[in-house]
Design a protein around this ligand. Sequence first.
Ligand SMILES: Nc1ncnc2c1ncn2[C@@H]1O[C@H](COP(=O)(O)OP(=O)(O)OP(=O)(O)O)[C@@H](O)[C@H]1O
Length: 302
Amino acid sequence: MAIIEVDGLVKRYGEHPAVDGVSFAVEQGEIFGILGPNGAGKTTTVECVEGLRVPDGGVIRVCGLDPQRDESELRQLLGAQLQESELPEKLRVGEALELHSSFFRDPADWRELAGLLGLDDKLGTQFRRLSGGQKQRLSIALALIGRPKVAVLDELTTGLDPQARRDVWDLIEDIRARGVTILLVTHFMEEAERLCDRLAVIDSGRVAALDTPAGLVAKVDDRQRMRFRPSVPLPDAVLTALPEVTSVERAGSQLVVTGTGNLLLAVTTVLARHQVTAADLRIEQTTLDDAFVALTGRPVDV
Ligand SMILES: Nc1ncnc2c1ncn2[C@@H]1O[C@H](COP(=O)(O)OP(=O)(O)OP(=O)(O)O)[C@@H](O)[C@H]1O
């Protein structure tokens, strides 16, 4: 069952349509990603879902509620990350958690949540003294404090170092395992690939593609390339006879075999049959980055 439904969403700033007919549905328990270049309309879309912006057209339902009409009811079911600027510098971590838990009918135990997010030894620390990763974890804790059914996380790991970023990803997977549906806005391909069950690629206010990360890649190009040095010379025809192989090229002593389907199995089987071993074997596949460029015509901005 869809827990978030967005149908034909339009949002204009003046004459400019920032979101121009966006539709998608997020199933309960999914991590659904919104990926797109700067200014594509990602934040505007999720702010309409959160009820923070009034759409100019289209229909949104979150847990069956209209974010505008049923705003106070939705606030109990939807957790949103606060922006850094929304927290007073001198507020201590424990105070922030306690204060925010008072906004909800059935809040999580904020001390337990602080433990889950690795903030239990920071409860007395002022917000301004936290590292980037700790601030990010606090903003996730605040998004979860009301035991939401849906959490909206925007630019979750921007500005974090690679280790802190991976820690936050582990955390998001834990949160999903607890049954929370997650709508995630991201710039990072690795994050999208690692976390998201499905992704909507948004470009110029429209959905350019919507699929699983692997499905997006396959849509663009499912070719793979194998490079290796055969232990003994091998006639090209042995490989080109395979239905999986589309071309064989030579680069010095290396063979470069391009193909589709289960290319690796087909090629290694035929090599074994000819008692040929493959040294320095490398496999190259289309990545989500490649798919993004093909879909939007530009590389993702970092
Ligand atoms: N309050 C506003 N008033 C006028 N224009 C706005 C406003 N907010 C956003 N825009 C414009 O709407 C478009 C979409 O912005 P939005 O922030 O939704 O994009 P985004 O995909 O989230 O971008 P980014 O990744 O840079 O955050 C951009 O052209 C932006 O300049």
